[in-house]
Design a protein around this ligand. Structure first.
Ligand SMILES: NC(=O)c1ccc[n+]([C@@H]2O[C@H](COP(=O)([O-])OP(=O)(O)OC[C@H]3O[C@@H](n4cnc5c(N)ncnc54)[C@H](O)[C@@H]3O)[C@@H](O)[C@H]2O)c1
Length: 356
């Protein structure tokens, strides 16, 4: 059993807690939150701490999950890694590109695993379309496009959630970052160039965009795009679509479903397969959306443990994936300000070997 410490027991921290409790491979053994009353309901075997430093210096856990507001991620992750803990940090990895690079560098220096909570990779529909792409049934991958939207300010319970200095941006760093990661994950090729546009017109927030359009091209020429929105009046949903020269694969949430179309030749006879994830739809109806997230967190924990044992990364987002997901929004902000196409290498050079 891997022993986990949890730092931050707010909205997503409590979902993390449930995943640790339900996982057969992990146990929650330590916890800290600035709001100490949140520690009151923990079972007696969980060590409660008055500050993060004492938790990280203690032998109460082997790994920590950091689910605090984003501007604390850098200092907490670096302290955890330097104290010999493996780390899962919530998205967005950090409030700035430099902070995320510092975190990834520290993980390499300390030889510890650092991963980023891109749990949408574990959605059943995403796994199905990833498999369709990797198996080659849709032919050679040409482009991946995504959309992520919700209604913006009405979704947030705290101001820091739309504060650029804390979150590093607006919709692109909030809901968009999950789908941005999915687009890059499915493209599965280093991103070479990025351009984009942002708008702050609807919510009029200081530098936090309410809409962003992203365009990318990878080293081998695959194209990627994303529209991220805080003005999606239809409510929370996202989708990703991958197009090859012999078909396409689409994953949508919520409710979860996927479509895979394969052709015998470009423009030829099409075979369509639609998947409805009835189990997940019913589970969410009775146990809420959190039940899907818990499921994905448990699978993510299994991959995390494998990575700490030098096994394959599986679907987990490595620290370099996390840095990429911060570098691209920053490239979009630069592209919008300068009306240029940004060479991503000028902002961040991905290490040759994709490791932790
Ligand atoms: N994976 C996902 O889909 C997902 C969903 C929601 C939020 N998040 C991310 O998780 C993080 C937390 O978001 P949330 O919605 O749970 O916020 P929240 O405000 O509900 O919870 C944050 C918790 O952290 C505590 N806290 C604040 N500063 C702290 C510190 N320095 N040390 C210890 N505890 C501290 C607060 O008391 C609070 O209980 C953010 O980075 C957010 O972007 C990820």
């Amino acid at each position: 059993m891997m022993r986990f410490g949890l730092i931050g027991l707010g909205g997503i921290g409590l979902v993390r807690k449930s995943a640790l409790e339900q996982s057969e491979a992990c146990e929650l053994t330590a916890a800290f939150d600035l709001n100490q009353t949140l520690l009151d309901d923990l079972p007696p075997h969980v060590a409660r701490f008055n500050d993060a430093d004492s938790l990280l210096k203690s032998d109460s856990c082997d790994a920590v999950i950091i689910s605090t507001p984003t501007h604390f991620h850098e200092d907490l992750a670096i302290a955890a890694l330097e104290n010999g803990k493996h780390v899962i940090v919530e998205k967005p990895m950090a409030s700035s590109l430099q902070a995320s690079i510092n975190m990834a560098d520290t993980a390499r220096r300390c030889n510890k695993v650092l991963t980023v909570g891109f749990n949408h990779r574990y959605f059943a529909a995403i796994k199905d379309i990833k498999q369709a792409i990797d198996s080659g049934v849709i032919g050679t991958l040409r482009y991946v496009k995504g959309f992520a939207g919700h209604t913006g300010l009405s979704e947030f319970k705290s101001k820091w959630m739309y504060d650029k200095d804390i979150m590093g941006g607006g919709t692109l760093m909030d809901n968009g970052i999950h789908t941005l990661d999915l687009v890059c994950y499915l493209m599965n090729d280093p991103i070479k160039t990025v351009s984009g546009m942002i708008s702050t017109e609807t919510w009029q927030l200081d530098r936090s965009e309410d809409n962003a359009f992203v365009q990318m091209r990878s080293e081998s020429g695959i194209m990627g795009s994303l529209h991220s929105s805080w003005t999606e009046w239809k409510g929370y949903h996202f989708y990703v679509e991958a197009y090859g020269d012999l078909g396409m694969a689409r994953a949508y949430y919520a409710p979860m479903h996927s479509t895979i179309i394969t052709l015998d030749k470009p423009g030829g006879h099409a075979t369509k397969k639609r998947n409805f994830y009835i189990g997940s739809i019913f589970r969410e109806k009775f146990k809420g959306w959190q039940s899907t997230v818990i499921q994905t967190f448990i699978e993510e924990l299994d991959d995390f443990i494998r990575l700490t044992e030098n096994g394959p990364a599986g679907a987990i987002a490595t620290s370099d994936d996390g840095v990429r997901s911060i570098a691209i929004p920053n490239a979009v902000y630069q592209s919008d300000a300068d009306t240029t196409i940004v060479n991503l290498n000028n902002l961040w050079q991905a290490p040759q070997k994709q490791g932790n």
